[in-house]
Ligand binder design. Structure first.
Ligand code: NDP
Length: 326
């Protein structure tokens, strides 16, 4: 247990585009935000090579570089960026209690949750090897599909995400092979029909990935097996996309916040408010639909503005700054 309890106006949990954008706005509004980075400082974007779809970077930017710039921008306005992993919360009272690394206790007037979501992977050694090398494994077609223009790619999964991403890839790539582990899709009928009606998408049912093949640097193909017959074969491909779902990083909030059945935090529509006053959510922790850096940043801004207005409503001496509305 901690000896001293720290009191903060605004605590931001998470260091992706949502968290840092919330920090920039909160700091400029004089809320003196404290931001805990979590176990993956910079969030999911640090596993991406090149980001070409974030406005303002005409030549693209690497994921890690963009996150360093966002951090620097938040610190320029005196955001207190700290290492640490929030392990427990108690949102049952007026004061929002948060524990960092199981020891340090913080009482926050407002909390902005920006803990993001993690893409699920198959867990194969070869998949993880090429993911870490940045050599052709991705969990985001919208982010990385462009790098595989006119090439052949494989995508795993049969939910709405896999269908949407396969369709997206089909417009860029020469051929898309969908690996579906059952004899039916999980996706909605309309999404399934869209991929079935796309000429350059081939669907392999009852099929699973045996190994991602490569030359030690980049992916060159995928060996798959039919789970009914055991028969194996190889598919040439330069990209291996995994679209088997995401897991929002929200477990520690489940006793206090309304979550949907997958674990996404349910926000009041059109705002960043949760069911607990003074607790706000931004980014992928509440978004299973868009999941983009730019939408995460946008909701980070919303959360900071909502938190600022909440503070002003509680404390007449806390003035809503005008600078944030410029
Ligand atoms: P889902 O959980 O819906 O689908 C996951 C898919 O991946 C399933 O086909 C599943 O197979 C497959 N899968 C899971 N694990 C493995 C594995 N180890 N090996 C091979 N395949 C595997 O996730 P989604 O991300 O597709 O969707 C999440 C939610 O978001 C859904 O509610 C969806 O409707 C929604 N969504 C909506 C969109 C829209 O409306 N535009 C777009 C994208 C998502 P199996 O079926 O055999 O379990």
């Amino acid at each position: 247990m901690s000896d001293t309890i720290e009191r903060v106006k605004c605590l931001i949990i998470g260091s992706g585009p949502a968290g840092y954008t919330a920090a920039i706005y909160a700091a400029r509004a004089n809320m003196k935000p404290v931001l805990y980075q979590g176990t993956q400082p910079g969030g999911q974007l640090t596993t991406t090579n090149e980001v070409e779809n974030f406005p303002g970077y005409p030549d693209g930017v690497t994921g890690p570089e963009m996150m360093m710039q966002l951090q620097a921008q938040a610190q320029r306005f005196d955001t207190d960026v700290r290492d640490g992993w929030v392990t427990k919360v108690d949102f049952s009272g007026d004061v929002h209690k948060v524990w960092v690394n199981d020891t340090k206790e913080i009482h926050a007037d407002t909390v902005i949750i920006s803990t993001g979501a993690s893409a699920k992977y198959l867990g194969l050694e070869s998949e993880q090897k090429y993911l870490k090398l940045g050599g052709g494994v991705s969990a985001c077609a919208v982010c990385d599909g462009f790098f595989y223009r006119n090439q052949e790619v494989v995508i795993v999964g049969a939910g709405d995400s896999a269908c949407e991403e396969a369709h997206y890839l089909s417009k860029l790539c020469k051929k898309v092979t969908m690996i579906v582990r059952r004899d039916e899709f999980r996706a909605s009928k309309i999404m399934e029909a869209r991929v079935r009606n796309t000429e350059n998408i081939e669907i392999l049912h009852n099929t699973e990935t045996d190994e991602v093949l490569g030359d030690g640097q980049v992916v060159t193909g995928v060996r798959v097996f039919n789970n009914k017959t055991g028969e194996k074969h190889e598919i040439p491909a330069t990209g291996f996309f995994v679209a088997i779902g995401h897991k929002p990083n929200t477990d520690i909030f489940k006793d206090f916040l309304d979550l949907d059945q997958t674990g996404y935090i349910i926000n009041v529509p059109g705002s960043s408010k949760t069911n607990v006053e003074g607790v706000f959510v931004s980014g992928d922790a509440a978004d299973h639909v868009y999941r983009q850096a730019v939408t995460a940043a946008g909701t980070g801004c919303m959360a900071a503005l909502d938190a600022e207005r909440y503070l002003a409503s509680k404390d007449a001496s806390f003035e809503v700054s005008t600078s944030t509305y410029n």
